[in-house]
Design a binder for this molecule. Structure first.
Ligand code: JFH
Length: 228
């Protein structure tokens, strides 16, 4: 999978070189690149923003640098591109969307700042060949830009790619997870810690009963109830 992030702060993506994606990159499973939007400005001040039409506070990102930067990515690629535009007004990201994105050949993240990107950028690429546009929010709160949201999505997506995570069993279990139903509480040694014992059933060796208990616990947990 190819992952590209376009941003005025490409340094934000330095942590992606580490840990999970670092391993995926080493093994050539994921090829990540951060692109500096200002490299696609042609004025002396490298301007990326301007005042909003219709008035109002803040600045809006100009469409031209975005068009130039996105075109450069598209022109270098012979694959179908999933262009993910981060916005607080987008469709909410969840595990299902993560699974959908994990099948992508090329994820391209457009990470805006200020009050976001001129809306015509999304409109333009919706009618472009070999591009699917996704306007995505990671939750109902407002961030200062799309970079952190893109990193959240990249982490959720890359761990679903076979070979990225070290433990294949843990993902197989999650794949038939009806969101929450396998979210049972986990325990390790010691069996007694500060007066809190591990639930006895987990020490029983009865795998059928353990599976049933975990299902019940997962359902309670997804309703926000504490385990018993
Ligand atoms: C982002 C920002 C929008 C709200 C015009 C009317 C209301 C501040 C780019 C994603 C999630 C984001 C996110 C993603 C990308 C950008 C800041 C945008 C407004 C705009 C205020 C710029 C925020 N899930 N939360 N936040 N911003 N205004």
């Amino acid at each position: 999978m190819k992952i590209t992030a376009i941003s005025i702060f490409p340094e934000y993506f330095a942590p992606l070189e580490l840990s999970l994606i670092g391993k995926a990159r080493e093994h050539k499973i994921v090829d990540f690149k951060a692109v500096n939007l200002r490299d696609y400005t042609y004025d002396n001040h490298h301007t990326v923003d301007d005042t909003p039409y219709g008035g109002g506070a803040g600045m809006v990102m100009k469409p031209e640098p975005w068009g130039e930067a996105i075109d450069a990515v598209i022109d270098k690629s012979d694959q179908l591109i999933d262009l993910v535009i981060l916005t607080p007004a987008g469709k909410q990201f969840n595990q299902r969307v993560a699974e959908e994105f994990s099948n992508s050949a090329h994820l391209l993240f457009a990470c805006g700042r200020y009050e976001g990107i001129d809306a015509r950028v999304a409109d333009f690429y919706r009618s472009a060949k070999n591009v699917r546009v996704h306007e995505i929010s990671i939750g109902d709160y407002v961030l200062n830009g799309g970079e952190v949201a893109a990193m959240v999505i990249i982490e959720a997506v890359t761990r679903l790619i076979p070979g990225v995570i070290g433990n294949p069993d843990s993902l197989a279990e999650e794949s038939h997870n009806e969101l929450g139903s396998v979210e049972y509480p986990s325990y390790t040694k010691p069996a007694l810690w500060r007066g809190h014992a591990v639930p006895e059933i987990l020490l029983s060796g009865n795998h059928g009963e353990i599976a049933k208990w975990r299902t019940t616990q997962g359902k309670l947990r997804s309703k926000g109830e504490p385990h018993k």
